[in-house]
Write a protein that binds this ligand. Structure first.
Ligand SMILES: Nc1ncnc2c1ncn2[C@@H]1O[C@H](COP(=O)(O)OP(=O)(O)OP(=O)(O)O)[C@@H](O)[C@H]1O
Ligand SMILES: [Mg+2]
Length: 370
């Protein structure tokens, strides 16, 4: 599967653009603020229905314009498939695949999977549990639709329950019968989601370990611990006895929406004890392991989006990544770089088809190709 062509209208700093890609390596080069990351984000929209960076869709409309439109032509199983994602101010976002409307995100996510390596990945180590939950959820969702649907239903029930808790707290009247159906959904879906997360983490860890050892040439022991109150045998009791606290705080305090994942190195938290280099290698290993798992589960390679990868890696790790590209471990790859000469130097050495695209203030110009 690869992206053959991308058309953008009024998307972020692109007034209008239309570009063909190589099915192997595409390098986007241009000054800071020219639109390189925006282009990767457009591909992320086609894959995941939404931005990798902005929480509101409307922030992706070119300033002072009434809409954005993204159309990608994917090549998959010998067919060309057009995916469109557009938004008009004040309306609902429209997504279609070959002109057939997609009404639920779950019907698109996973069909054109991507893996994004970006400078903001560091937040996976430094930020709170929500960032890690969202990350792991987005991986599992790309290959397990049941997981995605159950997660959406869980979050919906959680919202409703929290609304009721707020009402009980304000009125002073508690009606357990109204809560009961939501408790039952949160407990049963929560238990399923917890089991799926736990089994995913086992598989995921073995792949992270493999990539870390390759990238870092080091012998630290990597750990990925999954923390969930639903892993306890008595999770139902823990959940139910939290009701008084839930009412006081007006929200549900026990459940898989509070889960966290702890990254470890030699048995200590990576966040506190990992060196910068170890953390960098770990983050890349995390993403390459994500790539492996999606490939294994889907039976084809996801598109790899590498934003400012050269800034993040030293020569040794770049060399390792080059080896992986040359050994065809990836399929279609997009790399951004603000320094064209560095990218050219890197591509020249690659024994694989590549294309350079110059990005200048929202304009795309194909340059050299191998
Ligand atoms: N909705 C929008 N409308 C117009 N311009 C926007 C919008 N959203 C972002 N931009 C502009 O896009 C530019 C940033 O683009 P992008 O992040 O893709 O740059 P980049 O080429 O990746 O730069 P860098 O090398 O610094 O990472 C900024 O100038 C920003 O103002
Ligand atoms: Mg950028």
């Amino acid at each position: 599967m690869h992206l053959e062509n991308l058309y953008l209208a009024n998307f972020k700093n692109y007034k209008e653009a239309n570009i063909d890609f190589s099915k192997y390596v595409n390098a986007l080069v241009g000054n800071n603020g020219s639109g390189k990351t925006n282009l990767l984000d457009a591909i992320h929209f086609l894959s995941m229905t939404k931005s990798a960076f902005n929480s509101m869709d409307s922030q992706s409309i070119l300033h002072n314009q009434p809409f954005y439109s993204i159309i990608g032509k994917f090549h998959q199983l010998e067919k060309e498939i057009a995916v469109s994602n557009s938004l008009t101010v004040g309306k609902r976002k429209k997504i279609s695949v070959d002109k057939n409307p997609i009404n639920k995100a779950a019907d698109l996510i996973g069909r054109f999977p991507t893996v994004l390596i970006a400078p903001s990945d560091h937040e996976l180590i430094s930020a709170g549990g929500e960032t890690r939950r969202r990350f792991i959820d987005s991986i599992i969702s790309q290959f397990n639709k049941t997981y995605l649907i159950q997660l959406i239903d869980y979050n919906h029930a959680l919202k409703q329950r929290n609304r009721l808790l707020k009402q009980f707290s304000e009125s002073g009247k508690i009606d357990r019968d109204i809560l009961e159906p939501y408790d039952s959904i949160l407990l049963s879906l929560g238990n399923n989601i917890c089991n799926m997360r736990a089994s995913f983490c086992k598989k995921y860890l073995s792949k992270i370990v493999k990539h870390y050892a390759f990238l870092a040439d080091e012998k630290e022991t990597i750990g990925l611990l999954y923390h969930s109150s639903f892993l306890q045998d008595n999770y139902k009791d823990v959940y139910l006895t939290s009701l008084q606290k839930d009412i006081i705080l007006q929200r549900t305090n026990i459940g898989i929406h509070k889960d966290d994942y702890i990254f470890e190195m030699d048995g200590y938290p990576l966040k506190k004890f990992g060196s910068q280099g170890q953390q960098k290698s770990f983050l890349i290993a995390l993403k390459l392991a994500q790539f492996d798992i999606i490939q294994q589960e889907k039976g084809f390679k996801p598109i790899l989006l590498m934003d400012d990868i050269f800034d993040k890696l030293d020569d040794h790790r770049i060399q390792k990544l080059t080896e992986m590209i040359e050994h065809h471990e990836f399929g279609q790859v997009f790399i951004t770089d603000a320094r064209p000469e560095r990218t050219h130097h890197f591509l020249k050495k690659l024994n694989i088809e590549w294309k350079i695209i110059a990005v200048d203030n929202g304009n795309l110009t194909p340059q050299k190709a191998s």
